[in-house]
Ligand binder design. Sequence first.
Ligand code: MRU
Length: 373
Amino acid sequence: MIDSAYSIGVPADPASYRALRRTPGAHVIEVIDQRALPHAYVTVRIADADAAALAIRKMMVRGAPLIGVVGAYGLALALDRDPADAALAKAHSALDATRPTAVNLRWALDRVRNVVAALPLSERAAAAWREADAVASEDIAINHAIGVHGLELLREMARRRSGPINVMTHCNAGALATCGWGTATAPLFLAHAEGLPLHVWISETRPRLQGAHLTAWEMGQRGIPYTLFVDAASGLLMRRGDVDVVFVGADRVARNGDACNKIGTYDKALAARDNRVPFYVALPSPTIDWQLTSGDGVPIESRSAEEVLTTLGRDDYGQALRVSLAPPGTRAVNYAFDITPARLVTGFITERGIARAAEWLVAMFPDEQRKRA
Ligand code: MRU
């Protein structure tokens, strides 16, 4: 358990599950193998840097903030074995190569490397563990602050209407994607805790089904009413007036506000604009790439065609089953992320407040820009 976040005054996420735990002092982390959810709750101990890299690459852990934190701990694990410069560089580049799109990974790796690089070899591993703990604790605090700002939006909506607020979300920007609270889900979890009536529309998120597998599971764990829908139904649901607001996460946001998130997010933003539904991006500051002037420069992960051509589920007896969906020999593309232009975003919910335009973001984080320019 990462306890330090709570000692800086952040309320503990009341959920019983944690995407990542570290017993203070232990040189090992424990993560949920998210590939097994919702059918099984499996935790895995990660005790070396190669295992950390594999966990990210195989999507045992996923979600921009969480892969950043696991990357940071991966570097600490590498330095436990060998604190020399060459080993540090090798582990940094191996971890960085695991997934290309979420900028949080590079940000967290650079942060740990920059702290340890100036230290004598004998002090490096301990400093890396401390820094990785700080990244993890700050993640919880940032997400909680996003929750507090997003909650204000939901309270305002609740004042203007009767019945539940219908929130649409995509993929999983939940507690499973972070060290606690989630980003897009933090306002929902806080609203539910204070009794605001909510209903969450969850898009299944083909091909890996993070919505169906993970977000639905998280809502169920917390007793929040939800309905799953096929990705292609977003437009219809908005047109029918069934959606009050869209909250999504992000993997990398350029300084002009173009937001990269799970494939299908752009379609939702377009449908939201056409139907006058407010569209918010929950955005922790480590997800902003200050060096990128527009979304065109985001490296979009292209994944295996197998993920599109087959699907994995459980049969009636609980046996895992992979079935194929298309004729043999079918070609498929599998871009994992897309870019939503800033003009379609109603606001960015950050830990420092809600930015209604990219210029506000720039003004909100002068210190972060200086650090990362
Ligand atoms: O491919 P994934 O599951 O890592 O993609 C995750 C997302 O796209 C999330 O929406 C994003 O990382 C924000 S998580 C707080």
